[in-house]
Design a binder for this molecule. Structure first.
Ligand code: G3H
Ligand code: 13P
Ligand code: ZN
Length: 336
């Protein structure tokens, strides 16, 4: 059993409390490799933001859970080296699908886990989430549950249709499971194609797709049922059109990729939504930068020469999210 506190990590309880009271959200960025992690830590340390490092099942398979955990431990020291003396970094399992996976992460030093029983029948979701909470809380590890189903297809997270969270279920779910935060479905989805062109309108000036609004009425109803309870939004990438354009310009093919408009995320961040999950935007920033180098310098074969620009582009993206979208800049408990 590895105690995450000894690794310098924190759970999400205090950071969520402050985020709700302060009207901002904590960024939850997925990482699979060193360059992503470096970019996340540089952004969070420079902007003095608490941050959640998320590890998905796909990331565990790609990079190895043990290695990722040691990388997160290294990240705490790296943040200090960058001049951030009191970093607040949570290491979180994203979309844990079984009790065993959650237990394995908790035993290995994760400070927070998600148990995603959202596709299960309600009572099974309650039972599984409670089992994870009962185990996790013995070690002061926080647990995110999920009600409602997000559409979207990624490596390990895939549902054809979305179902909004039913506000009438949230009190029962939170009370019976004891979960620390709740992911809800209000129209976001995973990946870079969050809406079909048919679901969108077009901006007459730019010709760009304009997505439909999120279901803020569902969020409001959830907040009314569970005042002050930490709410999580998955699938919150904005799919920056300049990155999509760069990718398409340099040989990529991402037609009609569209995400959640930033002004909607800003609005959500001011509410009880205190954790906003972003993965696809980082993938786009990385891919755009790599494609540009490959196209402009075909003779380049030193990975540092294309992964370096990719890392810089991701850092820029993460800083933008922290400062201009989520509002978590300068929100560390100790700014010294
Ligand atoms: O929620 C999904 C995350 O973006 C992780 O995706 O399973 O492809 O690593 P992944
Ligand atoms: P995006 O695909 O919108 O980045 O969502 C990521 C996510 O929800 C990770 O759990
Ligand atoms: Zn997700």
């Amino acid at each position: 059993m590895i105690d995450y506190k000894k690794l310098g990590l924190v759970n999400t309880r205090e950071m969520f409390k402050r985020a709700i009271n302060g009207g901002y959200a904590i960024p939850a960025f997925n990482f699979n490799n060193m360059e992503q992690l470096q970019a996340i830590i540089k952004a969070a340390a420079t902007k003095k933001s608490p941050v959640i490092l998320q590890v998905s099942k796909g990331a565990r398979q790609y990079a190895n859970q043990t290695l990722l955990r040691y990388m997160a431990e290294g990240a705490v020291e790296y943040a200090k080296e960058l001049g951030c003396n009191h970093p607040e970094i949570a290491l979180h399992l994203d979309h844990g699908d079984t009790f065993e996976t959650c237990k394995s992460c908790i035993d290995m030093g994760f400070s927070s886990v998600m148990i995603d029983g959202s596709a299960l029948p309600y009572e099974e979701n309650v039972a599984l989430t409670k089992k994870v909470v009962d185990y996790a809380h013995q070690f002061d590890v926080t647990v995110e549950g999920e009600l409602g189903v997000l559409a979207g297809v990624e490596d390990e997270v895939s549902h054809a249709e979305s179902h909004y969270t039913k506000p009438e279920e949230v009190i029962d779910f939170a009370t019976r499971t004891g979960c620390d935060s709740l992911a809800i479905s209000i129209g976001t989805s995973h990946g870079a194609y969050k809406f079909t062109p048919e679901q969108c309108t077009r901006d007459p000036k730019t010709g760009r797709l304009v997505p439909p609004p999120l279901a803020f009425d569902v969020l409001d109803a959830v907040m009314e049922k569970l005042p002050g309870f930490p709410i999580v939004l998955h699938g919150s990438s904005s799919v920056p059109q300049e990155e999509v354009d760069t990718i398409n310009k340099y040989g990529g093919k991402l037609p009609n990729a569209v995400g959640i408009p930033e002004e909607q995320l800003r609005k959500a961040a001011k509410s009880a939504v205190c954790k906003i999950n972003i993965d696809s935007d980082s993938r786009l920033a990385m891919t755009a930068a790599v494609r540009k180098v490959f196209a402009e310098k075909p003779g380049e074969f030193d990975p540092r020469k294309y992964l370096g620009p990719a890392r810089d582009n991701m850092q820029k993206l993460y800083e933008h999210k922290i400062v201009d979208v989520l509002g978590s800049e300068n929100k560390l408990a100790n700014l010294d």
